[in-house]
Design a protein around this ligand. Structure first.
Ligand code: GUN
Length: 282
């Protein structure tokens, strides 16, 4: 069965639209972009569109590639203290001369809609419900929940240990809370016997960033497969195509459920950004 992430994301944003329409004031998402990374420009366009759909004000602060770090940090200070701003997002990657940890740590954690600030990461790890949870992990958890896929007591194997997906997703699914309580294994580039690990999964989550990395032989029959990968691959005539970390064509033949790329996890990430902005506003 193919999980329709786009449809589930729409259900969530429709509900948020209804709630936001009843507010006296509109939430505001302020985005800082430095330079012109092509993928970042695409992501920002999607985020802007999603905000417009639900009635969240969206402001983009677009700086030139060689803008000084101090100017960016001052802008963050300025947005932190601006009462009309509910959420702040610093689009990654930042140019090399800007220290991204410094930028993230400068954010007011209560406006950190990405959930990247160490305060939010720490709160997630200790199960503090006031944490702003990173959008992709929250999107994966919500996608499973809305698809009636129970994670409790299941063996969830996450391939990839990034700070934005693998690590926070492991922390989220292992929590002693409803819709969590999973047994989580995190595999990565140094893991030995990867195939044995992935084949032991009830739910396999690919977040590696390598096109078609998960092949059919790495997946046991009737496994739930969630593909977090967004890889831009060059096609004929200079066209780019987006593909996931999972060999969808072959793995979909044996998986019990699988998310496609695009229209799987991607729309859920955007929906969770909208949800986090609304939650930060409240
Ligand atoms: N770049 C790629 N994904 C993300 C994301 O989720 N948040 C931010 N801020 N930058 C990104």
């Amino acid at each position: 069965m193919i999980i329709d992430g786009k449809k589930i994301a729409k259900e969530i944003t429709d509900e948020l639209k209804e709630k936001i329409s009843k507010l006296d004031k509109k939430p505001n998402l302020s985005v800082i972009l430095v330079g012109n990374n092509p993928a970042s420009l695409i992501y920002i366009k999607m985020k802007k569109k999603a905000c417009a759909k639900v009635g969240i004000d969206f402001d983009l602060y677009h700086f030139k590639e060689d803008e000084k770090e101090d100017v960016i940090l001052d802008k963050i200070d300025n947005l932190n203290s601006d009462a009309k701003v509910s959420g702040i997002l610093v689009q990654m990657p930042l140019p090399k001369h800007i220290n991204s940890s410094k930028a993230i740590q400068r954010l007011d954690p209560t406006k950190d809609v990405d959930g990247f600030h160490p305060i939010n990461v720490g709160k997630l790890l200790i199960g503090d419900d006031s944490a702003v949870v990173s959008c992709t992990p929250l999107g994966v958890k919500t996608l499973l929940q809305k698809s009636n896929i129970e994670v409790e007591s299941k063996h969830v194997v996450i391939v990839g240990r990034s700070n934005i997906v693998g690590k926070p997703l492991a922390a989220l699914l292992m929590q002693k809370k409803p819709n969590c309580n999973a047994t989580v294994t995190v595999a990565h580039s140094y893991s030995k016997g990867l195939k044995d690990i992935t084949r032991s999964a009830d739910i396999l989550i690919a977040a590696i960033g390598k096109p078609n990395f998960i092949t059919q032989d790495m997946v046991k029959e009737n496994t739930v497969v969630i593909d977090v990968g967004i890889n831009y691959v060059l096609q004929k005539a200079e066209k780019t195509k987006i593909i996931g970390d999972v060999d969808f064509e072959n793995v979909s033949k044996i998986a019990s459920h699988i998310t496609p790329v695009p229209k799987g996890v991607g729309p859920m990430t955007v929906a969770m950004l909208v949800q986090n902005t609304y939650t930060c506003f409240l």
